[in-house]
Design a protein around this ligand. Sequence first.
Ligand code: ASP
Length: 583
Amino acid sequence: MYRSHNCGALRAADINKTVTLSGWVQKSRDKGFIIWTDLRDRYGVTQLIFDTERTEAKVIELAKTLGREFVIQVTGKVIERESKNTKIPTGEIEVLVVQLEVLNEAKLPPFTIEDETDGGEDIRMKYRYLDIRRNPVKESLIFRSKVANEVRNYLADQEFIEVETPYLIKSTPEGARDFVVPSRMNEGEFYALPQSPQTFKQLLMVGGMDKYFQIVKCFRDEDLRADRQPEFTQIDCEMAFVEQEDILNIFEGLTKHLLKKLHNFEIENFPRMTFDHAMKTYGNDKPDIRFGMEFGELNTVAKHKDFKVFNSAELVVGIAVPNGASYTRKEIDKLIDWVKRPQVGALGMVYVKCNEDGTFKSSVDKFYDQEDLAKWAETTGAKAGDLICVLSGPTNKVRAQLSALRMELAERLGLRKPNEFAPLWVIDFPLLELDEETGHYHAMHHPFTSPKPGQMELLDTDPGAVKANAYDLVLNGNEIGGGSIRIHDKETQATMFKHLGFTPEEAEAQFGFLMDAFQYGAPPHGGLAFGLDRLVAILGGQETIRDFIAFPKNNSGRDVMIDAPAALDNKQLGELSIKLDIQ
Ligand code: ASP
């Protein structure tokens, strides 16, 4: 038996018991006649004491050889500590060691296994198994497991069935490139790894499964942005005989269940906001509504004077920064530099200080009088003591820029509180999106999304105006889930493919199986998928997902621990009939 207790279990009530513990040596303090060693495992840390008066000499000798991260087993007696440590649950006791066995030695770890480590990101990723021994990473993985369990509990209660779908499939368009796998047995042919199980879950509905879910890996070969993983996990769901309202209710229920179970946080019904409203008010389709600073569009109150910058702009829009009137000139200049950085891309920023005495001082006093500025304050909701920041330019661009500024300022002002949760549904997305480069429309969600009732006719005349029966669940400024009511008849699906630029032959070759299935009694259906990695990170009060993934890839999509991706040798390439012709 390696252990009678774990390293987090012993309390004052256990004093005088003889116990056996196993774990890793966190650190040792050798005072000559006494050695204290902290023994760690997943559950906590217990202090061991080796005492020349009470422990055998040969055990003391061995104890002196223990290095950091040695794996040991000890048997001894639980005794009361002289100086108690109130910071840890086992802090009232220590174990007076009688027997010690070294189960395995350890090389000196390349970074300290402490909550605050001296290891940088790269080294921690290379030795991720050591990083996982650290509390913050360990706790994050345990938290993830809890979230997944609660998801399963809730969905099982609602009679969802977990079904696995294949990983070696054919391309499913979700807007990214596919990872492909060559088939040895079918020379020159390739599988694609699923960008999501979208078509399979729809086929499960045709199969009568009715309520499906799966916690599932998805693969997308996208240009990597910070904090994006080429493989990630979704809570993928689909239901038959449902309308949008049914889906929103079930998954609002799931989100409430998670907030209640994990944070004891209760929340009323989630607000619903149209895509158009979100874009106009927050410049963004995933607004963080934990704080205000809503956009005020200033076209009608700012385009009537000689200020060319505004007069030539498609949109003039501002936000009120609470208590920002006290910013110094230098601070405001820094803010202006911030919006001009290439990542944000604004050409400049106009500001108005709303003084406590009700007067205004702006960077455009030459053009606008107090009466004008009062209207700006009214439109942006600025109060005395606030600062109004105004950007102008092409509508889409300027909205994105002001949205970035709004989030940055909220972060600086401490308005994005990690322990506050403000979920909402964003609905009525456009069905199609114009690709500015090619001039073609593509599906904003995916090609299986149905238009809102009665909008199909618009497809021919004004495709950009068609609204989708699609919805996103947004939490604290992040999209955590999204889905749609699907098309479930062949004719509509074929029409949709036509509008997306597929010839009938291409549509048949790629999605014939789905359209065939639609001819054999496909029920009305819809669903959504949550991004589990991000959901867990946000519920865990953080925005970087990497620490919630046991073995993540780095920003270039590499696993630096196992060193993947890697080249294949010629034999393996030969078996796969792949010839590399790289210059
Ligand atoms: N397959 C979609 C996605 O991965 C989710 C859905 O429509 O259910 O975003």
